[in-house]
Design a binder for this molecule. Structure first.
Ligand code: NAG
Ligand code: NAG
Ligand code: NAG
Ligand code: NAG
Ligand code: NAG
Length: 561
């Protein structure tokens, strides 16, 4: 079973499992916009949308390497304009943001987070915030969903969940294997993402393609800015101007940034990468991501003990964090043999051992927000009281604003995510179930808590048909002489600090800025210290000293956190 998406705060993406990075920014009842009525054009032609935004659809070649390929994609782009016009001296240009995934929607991310990001970045300079749905995703066309209907995809997922996690039993593993083989075939043959002549978008879906799409966006934005600036400066512009990106990427978005910087170093202006992926590892089997995980597990027990009665799972008799951990382990082994059920608000579902492990895993993404909730859940479970809502379940908790398209995006995203990260990774399509099992047991030995979830995330890459391999993937070298600002939490369940440190050595002149906290995502919400460094870098290019640490004002269960 995989980690379930948290749809009530799902704008930034997890790099592991079938899930979203929980994120405090909520998208509540945003106004609607009909993308179909917006013409797709060869240049960026922005029209007003969603009240305060502007949207455009950009036509780009499906295949960047074949001039005779007739197919184009339509890229959905969204912009929140700076508080000053482009001709104003304090206009700092545009900042392209990516929320991660792979498969995260930049449009939905912008709707929920662009205003906040813009405000945090605002200083002497003011920026347009730009984002886009990467090819295959939501408002970019065509989509790369495999099932016709979101509900069918959800049934596939729930059946797999009920069969048990990969680590549960041989039977559960065989079930998942068969389910994934079936879905892979569907992706190869069903109509979603397949052009009339049989060309499948999945052969042109990898981070390399998205990086190239992003470069085109940089050129187009430069054209738009040039035409504005010409107006202001009577055309005193250098002929040799090289458009440069200003970019902020989170989670998988760091891999997109690393790929862009490796492929197009001359086009990098500023790049802030938050919660970093080890690119070399990502294009292999992406095992390094959970390195911090075991260390983070103890953080919950430590904080719960420090929080005392603010932590519902704490008991007056506790003599240390170890007592809380022991209680948790008793609970886990009980639930392994005796699943329990949650019932409430018109819903019921079963909490199994693996489900609790999923919840635990999700909890570590946003400690400040989820530790108290998870403690309440454990307390109720331990005392055999009615359980509170298992906040990591998604099917019961779809957001009210989700129309059909957004619903498909939420429920079917793993179909796109797998297409992209499997393309980025090595060709595993000729593997058999026993070679997968060997790898699984290697992972669960090294990472008892997170190994099976990590393997689950990669499972589709072993089962996809070979015909879905990408025509273009970039697997390194991931290096360049471009000063990037890498930011990372001290401990992160899926993007450990050591990846940021490693990548910083590969991009000459870069620095790592550490936030002394735990969780996935350092900048949203990030403290003033973090943002002051980011703002100064964006404005002047000056990086903090490598290894600079920003303290955090409080930790989970502290007063006011
Ligand atoms: C380029 O596209 C054309 C038209 O679809 C196709 O016939 C040709 O095989 C493609 N070339 C390559 C190298 O993929
Ligand atoms: C794809 O875009 C190119 C360049 O704009 C255009 O010439 C071509 O007609 C488009 N192809 C299709 C099938 O729309
Ligand atoms: C599975 O694959 C491995 C290595 O790729 C091979 O050595 C083994 O014989 C295969 N097993 C079966 C049952 O086909
Ligand atoms: C896991 O695999 C790696 C190489 O793929 C190997 O070096 C390591 O010893 C293995 N670990 C275990 C516990 O099997
Ligand atoms: C996975 O299986 C191993 C071996 O049976 C066990 O030690 C470990 O606790 C299991 N982990 C999870 C998360 O199920």
């Amino acid at each position: 079973m995989t980690v379930a998406p948290l749809t009530f705060l799902w704008q930034i993406w997890l790099t592991l499992a079938h899930a979203y990075v929980p994120h405090p920014v909520r998208l509540t009842g945003h106004p609607r916009f009909d993308w179909h009525n917006l013409a797709t054009a060869d240049n960026l032609n922005f029209s007003p949308c969603y009240d305060e935004f502007e949207c455009a659809r950009l036509s780009l070649p499906l295949d960047w390497h074949n001039a005779s390929s007739p197919h184009n994609i339509s890229l959905a782009v969204i912009m929140l304009r700076a508080v000053v016009p482009q001709s104003h001296p304090s206009h700092g240009g545009s900042v392209i943001v990516n929320p991660g995934g792979p498969g995260g929607s930049g449009v939905l991310y912008a709707l929920s987070a662009a205003r906040k990001l813009q405000t945090l970045l605002d200083g002497p300079q003011h920026y347009d915030i730009i984002s886009f749905d990467p090819r295959g995703v939501l408002y970019s066309q065509p989509n790369a969903y495999c099932f016709d209907e979101a509900i069918e995809s959800e049934i596939w997922y729930l059946e797999k969940r009920a069969a048990g996690g990969l680590n549960a039993s041989e039977a559960a593993l065989r079930y998942s294997w068969a389910a994934e083989i079936g879905r892979g075939r569907l992706c190869a043959t069903n109509k979603g993402g397949i052009f009339s002549d049989g060309i499948n978008i999945r052969n042109h879906l990898s981070t390399a393609y998205t990086a190239r799409d992003t470069l085109e966006l940089v050129f187009q934005l430069d054209d738009v800015e040039l035409s504005g600036a010409k107006h202001a400066t009577q055309g005193v512009l250098s002929e040799t101007r090289v458009p440069k990106i200003q970019y902020m990427g989170t989670s998988y978005g760091t891999f997109l940034g690393e790929t862009f910087a490796a492929l197009y170093p001359e086009h990098v202006g500023r790049m802030v990468l938050d919660s970093n992926i080890d690119a070399d590892n990502f294009v292999s089997r992406h095992e390094a991501s959970v390195d911090d995980h075991e260390a983070i597990c103890s953080y919950f027990f430590e904080r719960c003990y420090a929080g005392g009665e603010k932590c519902a799972f704490w008991r007056t008799s506790d003599r240390g964090a170890g007592d809380i951990q022991a209680r948790y382990e008793v609970l886990l082994s009980t639930v392994r043999h005796e699943p329990v059920s949650y019932t409430g608000a018109g819903h019921t579902s079963v909490i199994t051992f693996e489900d609790l492990v999923d919840g635990w895993f999700m909890t570590l993404y946003q400690p400040a927000q989820f530790f108290p909730l998870f403690a309440q859940f454990l307390d109720a479970l331990y005392e055999a009281r009615d359980l509170p809502y298992p906040f990591w379940h998604h099917a019961l908790n779809l957001p009210g604003y989700a129309d059909e398209a957004i619903l498909a995006h939420i429920l079917q995203n793993s179909e796109i995510s797998a297409a992209v990260h499997c393309s980025d990774g090595p060709d595993l399509t000729s593997s058999n179930v026993s070679s997968f099992q060997d790898w699984l047991s290697n992972l669960t030995t090294r990472f008892p808590n997170a190994g099976a979830l990590q393997a689950e995330w990669k499972l589709s890459c072993f089962t996809l048909p070979a015909s879905l391999r990408p025509q273009w993937r970039y697997d390194g070298p991931f290096s360049a002489t471009v000063p990037i600002l890498f930011v990372n939490n001290r401990l992160d369940p899926v993007t450990p600090l050591k990846s940021a440190k490693k990548m910083a050595t590969q991009y000459d002149g870069s620095s790592v800025l550490v936030q002394d906290s735990v969780g996935h995502g350092a900048l949203l919400p990030g403290g003033e210290c973090m943002w002051n460094h980011v703002k100064r870098y964006m404005q002047t290019g000056r990086l903090p000293k490598d290894g600079t640490v920003c303290e955090v004002p409080c930790e989970p269960f502290d007063e006011g956190c």
